[in-house]
Design a protein around this ligand. Structure first.
Ligand SMILES: NC(=O)CC[C@H](N)C(=O)O
Length: 307
């Protein structure tokens, strides 16, 4: 990052610059517990490959990771079974919302990529071959990387399990096509529990740091992904991490990133840092409005885009 001001000053400036953007989005309403979160929250954390941490706002307040966990479940599945993952899931941007159904039927039950819900459900199905409770595997992996134990919010999980009608349709369709092999209800349960992992911006930035450091976690001093896999995960983030607004996000921010409907976004500055933001108001694509502005300002102020 070639910023002429310090990262602490960059974060201070961003926390002022994002203020006019509150009120432009709406918190996720379809998971009852997420609708109840204070919409004006804003936190941001930067963890560099040298292990320095910079935070602002509500960076130490836990939020629901939701789809951001898909990055870590995919990493675990690729670590366990390697390229066999790609016999079940594609690597192309979908151009459709994360829970879109008809594309999946049209394409014979093969999800476009691992970050839309069908792809993540297929990854969960893969992990169910390995462990009885994939959500705990993902939670413990993320917690190990964050160097702090993480929790699964049972109320958030229960709220989503009770209302996951569309995801159930997706899972049943994939069971019919043979993309998933476990009982769809078991897969939905595991997936919703995984999405309900709770963490802070600081913990998320630490957890994602190996993607900025060639698969090595400078925080836990351990290699968690082969270098080539870290590069490939970044490629998938850049092309598929923000669903059907991934192109405009790349245009604005220019960094590989993953969003979640809890209002979190994690972005990777390869070779330099991981950046996590959280603010609950979402745009119509399910990405945090204020979070995206914060990252746009970050890449401009630090001149750190990969593009
Ligand atoms: N984009 C998201 O964060 C979606 C995750 C959410 N649990 C869902 O399946 O709808």
């Amino acid at each position: 990052m070639k910023q002429s001001i310090s990262l602490a000053d960059v974060l201070g400036e961003i926390s002022v610059l994002v203020r006019p953007h509150f009120g432009k989005g709406k918190p996720a309403h379809y998971i009852p517990q997420l609708a109840a979160v204070d919409p004006r929250k804003f936190g941001m954390a930067v963890v560099t490959v040298r292990g320095e941490e910079y935070v602002t706002g509500d960076a130490d307040e836990p939020f629901s990771a939701q789809s951001i966990t898909k990055l870590f479940s995919l990493g675990l599945a690729l670590n366990r079974i390697g390229d066999e993952v790609w016999t079940r899931v594609g690597k192309e941007p979908s151009g459709t919302p994360f829970n879109y159904l008809s594309q999946l039927e049209h394409e014979q039950g093969v999800p476009r990529n691992p970050f839309i819900n069908p792809g993540a459900l297929a990854v969960t199905d893969i992990l169910l071959d390995v462990v009885a409770e994939p959500a705990k595997l993902v939670r413990d992996f993320m917690g190990m990387l964050a160097t702090e134990p993480l929790t699964i919010d049972d109320e958030v999980a229960g709220g989503e399990i009770a209302t996951a009608h569309k995801n159930r349709a997706i899972a049943n369709l994939m069971r019919e096509f043979g993309t998933i092999q476990h009982d769809p209800e078991t897969v939905i349960d595991a997936y919703c529990r995984q999405c309900a992992i709770t963490l802070t911006c600081r913990q998320l930035a630490r957890a994602a740091l190996p993607l900025a450091a060639g698969g090595f976690s400078p925080v836990v001093e351990e290699t968690v992904f082969p270098q080539r896999l870290a590069r490939r995960l970044n490629a998938l983030l850049l092309t598929c991490g923000i669903y059907d607004s991934v192109g405009s996000f790349a245009y604005r921010v220019g960094l590989p990133a993953k969003s979640g409907v809890g209002g979190g976004i994690v972005a990777i500055v390869p070779g330099q840092a991981a950046v996590a933001v959280w603010s609950p108001e979402l745009d119509r694509f399910g990405t945090s409005v204020v979070g995206a502005y914060a990252l746009e300002h970050f890449s401009q102020l630090t001149n750190c885009s990969v593009l």
